[in-house]
Design a protein around this ligand. Structure first.
Ligand code: ATP
Ligand code: MG
Ligand code: ZN
Length: 284
């Protein structure tokens, strides 16, 4: 308020003459919108004794200002929340900017367009997918853009404030092995709690692991079962990508119980074919 323009009406109400004017009705009005900004009311305190008091009113401009401030606060809060979700998602830098809008469409590949359509539809119906626990199994040869498309989906989900973990079986197993260190920051239970509770779990590149018969391969197979089973029991959506079909995954030795659970969890199956984008770009 500019100095010299303030008039005190009471201990609690001051008028800014630059912005307000006294109306014929004896009340103060906003110079801009004309609405009442301060009105006098008569109060009956004790029987017989009347007292007058000024009270402040919000004019249309004040309402607008308050609405904007509230909107800004909400958007700030949302931004902070999305930022927090992104931090926890383990989405790396490489695919951090992937969005459906940044996908360079490969018009020649029908499977690409179909995949993009299904994933977009999935993201638009995210709450329903979450409720139903609908998962996705996306498979196809290397370099066709599976991780990129799933990252775009994950990023879109996070923008809508859904919690996401974008990881892989191999990465999660590495985290579990990390808990064996003496100075480990997390324990295995915390990792499993995250697996169970995150809204959308992305397991990229399943099938890269060794499910052979050596001791460590056995551990990998058992932990893979535990991870998939934990998620299966939570009934929340899991989105897989792989170089192999579910049948091939089963043949590789992931185990019948795991394969069956994945099949049940992923009612959306997508095969992505096309050119190897990495090879095309780097010509190796
Ligand atoms: N639609 C797209 N628009 C722009 N860049 C893309 C698109 N799809 C993929 N890429 C880029 O092409 C490269 C290969 O894609 P991506 O890593 O998603 O393949 P992939 O199918 O996951 O391969 P792999 O099976 O080896 O994991 C990446 O560098 C990625 O950034
Ligand atoms: Mg990939
Ligand atoms: Zn006003």
């Amino acid at each position: 308020m500019a100095e010299g323009t303030i008039r005190k009406l009471s201990d609690t109400v001051s008028i800014d003459l630059a912005k307000e004017m006294l109306g014929k009705d004896g009340m103060w009005h906003c110079r801009k919108c004309g609405e009442v900004t301060a009105r006098r009311i008569r109060m009956q305190t004790i029987p017989g004794a009347r007292r007058e008091r000024w009270i402040r009113c919000r004019c249309a401009c004040d309402e607008e200002k308050a609405r904007k401030a509230q909107e800004e606060a909400i958007s700030r809060e949302k931004k902070a929340k999305v930022e927090e979700i992104r931090k926890r998602s383990m989405m790396g830098d490489r695919y951090g900017d992937a969005r459906f809008s940044t996908v360079t469409e490969d018009a020649r590949s029908e499977s690409f367009i179909r995949t993009l359509e299904v994933l977009q539809d999935y993201s638009e119906n995210a709450s329903k997918m979450l409720e139903r626990g609908t998962g996705i199994y996306l498979y196809g040869p290397t370099g066709v853009g599976k991780t990129y498309l799933l990252a775009a989906l994950a990023n879109e989900l996070m923008e809508c404030m859904h919690t996401v973990l974008f990881s892989s079986i191999a990465e999660i197993l590495k985290r579990i092995r990390g808990t064996w260190q003496k100075d480990a920051k997390e324990d295995e239970e915390a990792i499993f709690a995250e697996i169970r509770t995150v809204e959308f779990l992305f397991l990229d590149d399943i099938g890269q692991e060794n499910f052979g018969i050596s001791g460590s391969d056995n551990w990998t197979r058992e932990k893979t079962y535990e991870l998939v089973n934990a998620r299966y029991n939570s009934m929340r959506p899991t989105i897989f990508s792989s170089n192999m079909s579910l049948e091939a995954l089963r043949a590789k030795g992931i185990g019948q119980p795991v394969a069956e659970r994945i099949a049940e969890m992923t009612t959306i199956r997508l095969e992505l074919t096309g050119v190897n984008r990495r090879r095309r770009r780097n010509a190796v």
